[in-house]
Design a protein around this ligand. Structure first.
Ligand code: SAH
Length: 194
């Protein structure tokens, strides 16, 4: 494992994630929206997340900037990063499979939206966010640069902390007791252990 291979692994993870999403974007686009929460705050959250998980690391991979924040490269850490990247992609695939046309980039309720509680959603309420956390950790381990590596954790962390509450309120508003019961038997990012 070398820094170049680790950077290539990061780019490959981003490319595969993008390709994986294409059919779901198409399907979701065809499903009409009943309620949209894409306000200025949500747009800002999405921009911060995209900057941290995608734009900053891509600039780093392409140009080496910001060189002053370079850290030493650890092959072992990078291998762990590869493992987490693969895990992130697997979880992404499972979430899209289960959520189908109810998936959306922002907080939206679609027409005749159904609460999904099967597949990976049977134990975890926000597995797609679990996948993004895995992505952010993989990025930190793969890129030997403090800023480009940690920007994913900061960017996605901001989105996650500011969004998961409003998202659950929106789902509670829509599904009421059905969502309350679902919350009781699931964990947000990891399966509930007891
Ligand atoms: N937070 C989820 C989904 C992210 S996609 C996850 O991390 O896996 C965001 C959209 O998913 C939201 O607009 C919301 O309407 C929808 N959503 C979230 N949980 C859902 C569920 N259990 N069933 C159906 N739709 C859900």
């Amino acid at each position: 494992m070398t820094p170049t291979i680790a950077k290539a692994a990061y780019v490959l993870m981003a490319a595969l994630w993008y390709v994986l999403r294409i059919p779901h974007e198409r399907k979701a686009r065809k499903t009409p929206i009943a309620r949209d929460a894409l306000d200025a705050r949500e747009r800002l959250r999405l921009t911060v997340s995209l900057t941290g998980l995608g734009i900053v690391p891509m600039i780093y991979v392409a140009t080496g900037w910001p060189a002053f924040a370079a850290r030493s490269f650890s092959p072992l850490a990078a291998w762990l990063g590869v493992v987490l990247a693969v895990a992130a992609l697997v979880v992404f695939r499972l979430t899209h499979k289960a959520l189908g046309r109810y998936w959306s980039v922002s907080l939206q309720m679609r027409k005749e939206h159904k609460l999904i509680t099967e597949g990976i959603y049977s134990r975890i309420r926000h597995p797609m966010y679990s996948a993004f956390w895995l992505w952010a950790l993989a990025q930190a381990l793969l890129l030997p640069n403090w800023i480009a590596g940690l920007s994913g954790i900061i960017g996605f962390g901001t989105l996650y902390l500011l969004r998961v509450g409003p998202e659950e309120r929106m789902l509670l508003d829509t599904f009421g007791d059905e969502y309350r019961a679902y919350m009781a038997r699931t964990g947000r990012l990891l399966p509930k252990l007891f």
